[in-house]
Design a protein around this ligand. Structure first.
Ligand code: GLC
Ligand code: GLC
Length: 817
C-alpha cells in the first residue's frame, strides 16, 4: 500500500540519485536547485522557477510570480507546435495533456521529458561547475514513422534585477527595460546604461527563425503564458522591448525524419564587465564575454563533458559518508537526499525557496551557523570562509547582527540584533568545523567586529566574546536574558505589541527586558562545554577553568529555577512568571528547553533527562513528529508575542517544527535510548513518509520546516520545504548520534546508539583524507556501548579510531555489547 501511494506521483531512483516524478499535477510544485556557488536556479517539476546570481534579491535574472494563480507562474518555458497541436514538454504552461511525462530531479540537475503525438522532448537543465550559466539541453526525438516539421518556442521573462523593486515600482520600471538581439542571442541590458556593470543573455546554438523580446509582443495583450499569441499564430513577432516587460523567446523550425534525434542547446547566462570595457560602441554592449561563455557550451560534447563533471563532483561529495543498512529508506536519506539538502541550505540560508521569496531574508547568523554543521564534511573550505564571514558580523560585545546580505556580507541593520541565542551558535559551528578538519589555523585568523577592518580580533577571541555575552546577560534567576527572542523567533517576551503593523522580530516595547530563556541556558551548557573542551585542547587551562565555573553555575540555575517537576521550564516572562509549566493553562510544555537541556545532559544523574524525555514522549510526540508546545495557545497573549498569533497546530504554536525534533533524538541518545531516537527519526525523515505523500504535500525527498501538528485542522500537512535547519540537524542526529560516527579532535569516534533490533550495519567515512570502512555488529541486541574495536586486524583501546596517512584506507570492526 505504501509503495502504491507513493507511486501516485513518483518514486526514488537511488541508483541514479534521482527522484522521478511521473505526474505533473503534484500536490504542490516539487522543485530542485541548480547551481552551487554563484549562479542559482530554482526549477519546479513543470518548468517553473527563476534564476539569480549570488543574491536572490539584488541580482534576480528572471521573473517569478510568487503566490500567483495557477500556483507556480513564471519559469523556463518551452512551447512545441506540431501540426495544430501545441504543448509544453513540462506540461506547463500550456497544460495540454501529454501522452507521457517525467521529471527527474537529481543532484544539481533536472530532466523534464514530455511526449505527445509521437514526438518526445527531453530537456536537461543544469548549471555547470564554476560557470555563471544555465544549460537547457533539449533533445527532440521523432518517435513516429512520419516526417515531422515542428516549431519550437522558448520563453523566459527578465526580472529587472532588484526583485523587490521589480514587483512594486512600476511607475519607473515600465520605462527602463532594454534589450539587444544579435544572431541567436537575446541580451537583457536594463540599467546597464547607468550604474550596473552586468547583463544577462539567453541563447540557442542554432540560427533562429524568429524571436521576441517584448512580453506583449509574445503573449499578445490579453493572454497568459498558457496561450501565447505567437504560438497560436505559429511565428514570431520580432518584437523589441522598450520598457514594459522584456522577455526572451527564440523560435526555431525543426524537421525530423522518422526516428531522428536533434539537439538544441539553450543557455541563460550572467555577465559582469569592467567599467572601461562595458561598451562595444556607444549604446551597444560589449558581448565578448557572453560569446566566450556561449562558445564553451555550443556542442553536445561540451555539454556532456560539463554534465559529467557535475556528476563526478557529486560522486566525490557523497562518497564521504555512506551507510549501508537493510533499510533502503535510511540509506537514501543519509547517503543522498539529506546531504543534498544540506548543500542547498548552506547555499541559500533562508533566502530563496517556494516559501521564501528571496527578497526578505539574507543569511541568518543562527541559521547559517547551524546549516554548516551538516555541510562541513562536504566542502570544508567553503565552510571555513562562511565561518569567517559570519563572525565578521559579530559585535564587540559578542552579540550579532541577526542577518547579513550575501552580496555585501554586511550585517542587515533593518533587522538588527538582540536575539540572545545568536552568539553561542558560532561556538558550535567553529568547534564542529575544527573536529571535522583539524584546521586550527582558522582560530588565529583576524576577524573584524561589525565588518570594521580597523577593529579585529582572532576568531578564537570571537568565541570568547560569544561565551561572555551570555555570562554578562543573565537575569534574576541566573538564566540568560532572552532579548528579542531565542531560537524561537516567535517567543517575543519583551515585545508587547498591540499594533498589527509592528514586526514581532524588531519591536521591543518593554524596556529593561527581564525575560529569561531556559533554552539559551541549555544551549550555553552544551556549546559552552565545547568551548571548554577546545580551550583545554589548546592548553588554555585558565580560560577553561573560568568557563567551566560559569557552566556549573548555569547548570545549578537550571536545576533550581528551570525545572518544573516533570520537564524543563521554557522561560520566564517579562514579569518574572514561568512559561512552560504545569501550572499554566496553555502551553504547559515546550520542546526547545527539553532538547537543549537533555542534549547537554543537565541533571542526567538525578533523572531529569529521562523525566524530561518521557514528558516529551507523553505530551509532545504524535504520529507525524514532535510538536513544539502543548496544548497550543488558543488566543493572542500580548506578553508572549508572535507564537500565540498562529492558529493551533501551525508553525511555532503547536506545529511540528522539524528543526527541533533532532534535538530530542540526540537527547534520547544521551541516555542511551536508541529505539526512541530512531523512531523519532522515522517520523519526520522524508524517505519514510511514502504512505503520506498526498497529505504531506511538499516534496517527498526533502525536509520541510513545519508539519501541521496534532492540534491543527490538517495534521500531517507540511509547509516550507527545503530551507530549514532541520536538514543539518537531522543529518547530525542520524549520522553522529544514532549511527555513531563522531568526528573528535583526535580522530573519528565510533559510539552508536541504535535500535536494539539492529544486528549489523556499515559506514564508509572519509575523514581528513583517510577512508574508514567501518562494520558495526550488535550481537547482544543493545542500543549503546562498544566492547571492541579492531582496526586493520589489531584491537585498539577505546573507540576513537587512529589517524593515518592521507589517502589510505582502513578496515574497522566494531562490536557492541
Ligand atoms: C525559522 C528561522 C529560524 C528560527 C525558527 C524558529 O526557521 O529561520 O532562525 O530559529 O524559524 O522560530
Ligand atoms: C516568523 C516565522 C518564523 C520565522 C520568522 C522569521 O516569525 O514564524 O518561523 O523564523 O518569521 O522572520
Amino acid at each position: 500500500m505504501s509503495i502504491q501511494a507513493e507511486r501516485q506521483y513518483g518514486y526514488f531512483d537511488d541508483a541514479h540519485r534521482e527522484y522521478v516524478i511521473t505526474e505533473p499535477k503534484t500536490p504542490y510544485p516539487w522543485i530542485n536547485y541548480l547551481g552551487d556557488t554563484a549562479f542559482f536556479s530554482l526549477l519546479s517539476n513543470t518548468g517553473g522557477g527563476y534564476s539569480f546570481y549570488k543574491d536572490a534579491k539584488f541580482r534576480r535574472l528572471t521573473r517569478y510570480r510568487y503566490n500567483n494563480v495557477p500556483v507556480d507562474t513564471g519559469g523556463k518555458y518551452f512551447y512545441i507546435k506540431d501540426g495544430d497541436v501545441a504543448w509544453s514538454p513540462g506540461w506547463k504552461p500550456m497544460r495540454t495533456p501529454l501522452d507521457k511525462y517525467e521529471c527527474r530531479h537529481g543532484m544539481g540537475y533536472s530532466r523534464i521529458t514530455g511526449e505527445k503525438n509521437g514526438l518526445r522532448s527531453s530537456v536537461l537543465f543544469f548549471v555547470p561547475r564554476n560557470e555563471d550559466i544555465e544549460i537547457q539541453q533539449m533533445t527532440l526525438t521523432n518517435l513516429s514513422d512520419e516526417i515531422k516539421t515542428i516549431k519550437v518556442f522558448s520563453l523566459v521573462e527578465w526580472c529587472l534585477w532588484n526583485a523587490e523593486d521589480d514587483m512594486t515600482n512600476f511607475q519607473r520600471n515600465f520605462s527602463t527595460g532594454q534589450v539587444e538581439v544579435k544572431d541567436s542571442v537575446i541580451y537583457h541590458k536594463t540599467e546597464y546604461r547607468e550604474r550596473r556593470n552586468h547583463y544577462a543573455f539567453y541563447s540557442v546554438n542554432q540560427k533562429v527563425d524568429g524571436f521576441d523580446t517584448d512580453r506583449d509582443g509574445f503573449l499578445g495583450e490579453h493572454n497568459g503564458f498558457d496561450t501565447p499569441a505567437v504560438v497560436d499564430k505559429g511565428e514570431s513577432n520580432y518584437s523589441i522591448a522598450h520598457g514594459w516587460s522584456p522577455v526572451a523567446s527564440h523560435y526555431l523550425e525543426i524537421i525530423l525524419a522518422p526516428g531522428e534525434v536533434k539537439e538544441l542547446i539553450f543557455t541563460l547566462g550572467y555577465v559582469e564587465m569592467p567599467e572601461d570595457q562595458k561598451w562595444e560602441e556607444p549604446g551597444i554592449i560589449n558581448k565578448s564575454k557572453a560569446r566566450d561563455m556561449i562558445d564553451r557550451f555550443n556542442s553536445v560534447d561540451q555539454v556532456h563533458l560539463a554534465f559529467r563533471e557535475l556528476k563526478d563532483y557529486w560522486d566525490h561529495l557523497l562518497n564521504k559518508y555512506i551507510v549501508t543498512t537493510d533499510d533502503p529508506r535510511l540509506n537514501r536519506g543519509v547517503n543522498i537526499w539529506n546531504q543534498y539538502q544540506n548543500m542547498v541550505t548552506f547555499n541559500m540560508s533562508r533566502s530563496a525557496s517556494y516559501f521564501e521569496s528571496g527578497i526578505g531574508r539574507g543569511m541568518g547568523f543562527r541559521d547559517s551557523n547551524q546549516d554548516l554543521i551538516g555541510f562541513v564534511h562536504l566542502v570544508p573550505e567553503r565552510a571555513r570562509q562562511r565561518i569567517l564571514d559570519i563572525a565578521a558580523t559579530q559585535f564587540e560585545d559578542g552579540s550579532a547582527y541577526h542577518q547579513y546580505q550575501p552580496l555585501t556580507k554586511r550585517g542587515n541593520a533593518a533587522i538588527g540584533g538582540n536575539f540572545n541565542d545568536d552568539p553561542m551558535w558560532l561556538v558550535q559551528a567553529v568547534t564542529v568545523y575544527l573536529k571535522e578538519t583539524g584546521d586550527f589555523s582558522i582560530l588565529d585568523e583576524s576577524v573584524p567586529f561589525d565588518n570594521d577592518e580597523n577593529n579585529c580580533a582572532t576568531l578564537f577571541e570571537h568565541l570568547g566574546r560569544s561565551f561572555n555575552f551570555v555570562t554578562r546577560n543573565l537575569g534574576e534567576h541566573g538564566l540568560p536574558l532572552i532579548g528579542r527572542a531565542d531560537w524561537n523567533d516567535c517567543l517575543n517576551l519583551n515585545c508587547f505589541s498591540m499594533e498589527p503593523n509592528e514586526s514581532f522580530q524588531t519591536t521591543e516595547n518593554r524596556e529593561g527586558g527581564r525575560a529569561e530563556s531556559v533554552m539559551i541556558a541549555g544551549q550555553f551548557v552544551l556549546f559552552g562545554n565545547d568551548y571548554v573542551e577546545l580551550c583545554r585542547y589548546r592548553d588554555q587551562h585558565e580560560e577553561a577553568e573560568r568557563a567551566s565555573g560559569h557552566i556549573d553555575a548555569m547548570i545549578e540555575a537550571i536545576k533550581k529555577h528551570g525545572w518544573d517537576g516533570e520537564w524543563f521550564l521554557r522561560a520566564y516572562d517579562a514579569f518574572g512568571k514561568k512559561i512552560g509549566t504545569h501550572e499554566a493553562e496553555e502551553s504547559k510544555i515546550f520542546i526547545e528547553s527539553q532538547g537543549f537541556c537533555t542534549m547537554a545532559g543537565v541533571g542526567l544523574k538525578e533523572g531529569l533527562v529521562s523525566k524530561s524525555l518521557d514528558s516529551v514522549n507523553k505530551y509532545l510526540a504524535c504520529d507525524y513528529g514532535i510538536v513544539l508546545n502543548y496544548p497550543a495557545f488558543t488566543r493572542y497573549y500580548v506578553e508572549y508575542g508572535e507564537i500565540s498569533t498562529y492558529p493551533q497546530g501551525y508553525k511555532e504554536n503547536g506545529g511540528i517544527f522539524c528543526h527541533n525534533n533532532p534535538w530530542i533524538m540526540i537527547g534520547e541518545t544521551v541516555q542511551g535510548n536508541g529505539d526512541r531516537a530512531f523512531e523519532y527519526y522515522t517520523k519526520i525523515a522524508p524517505a519514510y513518509q511514502d504512505d503520506k505523500v498526498r497529505l504531506h504535500k511538499t516534496e517527498p525527498y526533502v525536509y520541510a520546516q513545519m508539519i501541521a501538528g496534532k492540534e491543527a485542522a490538517t495534521p500531517g500537512q507540511a509547509k516550507n520545504s527545503w530551507l530549514t535547519g532541520t536538514a543539518a540537524w537531522n543529518y547530525v542526529a542520524i549520522t553522529q548520534a544514532i549511527l555513531g560516527i563522531k568526528p573528535q579532535y583526535d580522530g573519528l569516534q565510533v559510539d552508536p546508539c541504535i535500535p536494539k533490533a539492529w544486528t549489523h550495519y556499515s559506514v564508509v567515512r572519509q575523514f581528513r583524507d583517510v577512508t574508514y570502512h567501518i562494520d558495526i555488529f550488535n550481537p547482544k541486541s543493545v542500543s549503546k556501548g562498544v566492547t571492541s574495536v579492531v582496526v586493520d586486524g589489531e584491537p585498539i583501546t577505546g573507540n576513537i579510531l587512529p589517524m593515518f596517512e592521507p589517502g589510505t584506507e582502513h578496515r574497522v570492526t566494531v562490536t557492541m555489547g
